[in-house]
Write a protein of this length. Structure first.
Length: 254
């Protein structure tokens, strides 16, 4: 991480003037998705940044990086909402399609960056293995970004988000389950429940919770209700594995 520390973008180094220069193209009417994508690539390492010799300022670097991601997600969400709710279906021409696809690719890119930066991919990212303490810290610091991204969770992004959250289950099972449920709830409107990879992942996660965290689920009413909602979502989509698991719930929580 040392070389990145020397070469990191100025807007992550506490340079307020530098950030104000790039901010206009990351939000509002002048938001430019292509530039935002480049910005995300530049700050990926900052999301889990730690100096070779840890410093008190390391957390500020990570906080600024997550702040940039949050700003970009807010801009994506606002533009998507405008395009979906304020432009008539009959007026959605080729340009509309291209612009919407560009936003969707950016959502997918963010979920991909979170997945690899978090260490969810076999406990590693592309640079070095993240220790458990670093991964726990990533969970704690990424919650707001994950929550915001859940609101525009197209199927591919939803899948990466849930895989990322799955890797955090040992840290705080119930809080993570609430986050997983929020992703599924939002992704339902994008048809995530019809994906075979989705049902396989959610059934696997549910079975893990039942095996490893049954007592926590029994004590938390919200989690139980969310579990039922998740299974019903996939049962209604016609998946036999979800139906079989739903039949076992009464026995499981008896």
């Amino acid at each position: 991480m040392g070389s990145w520390n020397r070469d990191r973008p100025a807007h992550l180094s506490g340079d307020t003037a530098a950030f104000e220069l790039v901010r206009p193209i990351l939000e509002g009417e002048s938001f430019r998705p292509r530039y935002a994508g480049q910005c995300l690539r530049d700050i990926r390492e900052a999301l889990c940044f730690s100096s070779d010799v840890p410093k008190a300022t390391d957390s500020a670097v990570r906080k600024r990086a997550f702040g940039v991601v949050e700003l970009i997600i807010k801009s994506i969400t606002a533009r998507m909402n405008h395009m979906i709710h304020e432009i008539d279906v009959n007026d959605r021409d080729e340009t509309w399609q291209e612009n919407f696809q560009e936003l969707a690719r950016l959502v997918d890119h963010i979920s991909n960056q979170l997945y690899f930066s978090s260490g969810a991919f076999d406990g590693t990212n592309s640079h070095k293995k993240l220790e458990e303490e670093a991964r726990r810290r990533f969970w704690e610091e990424s919650q707001q970004v994950i929550l915001q991204l859940s609101n525009v969770a197209i199927p591919s992004a939803a899948h990466h988000l849930i895989e990322t959250l799955q890797s955090f289950i040992p840290f705080k099972p119930i809080a993570v389950f609430h986050s997983i449920a929020a992703v599924v709830r939002s992704a339902k409107s994008w048809g995530y429940q019809y994906e075979s990879l989705a049902v396989d992942l959610l059934v696997n996660i549910t079975e893990n919770y039942i095996a490893e965290h049954r007592i926590e689920l029994q004590k938390d009413r919200q989690s139980r209700e969310e579990l039922i909602d998740i299974l019903e979502t996939f049962v209604e989509a016609g998946w036999p594995s979800a139906r079989r698991l739903s039949y076992r719930l009464e026995e499981i929580f008896r």
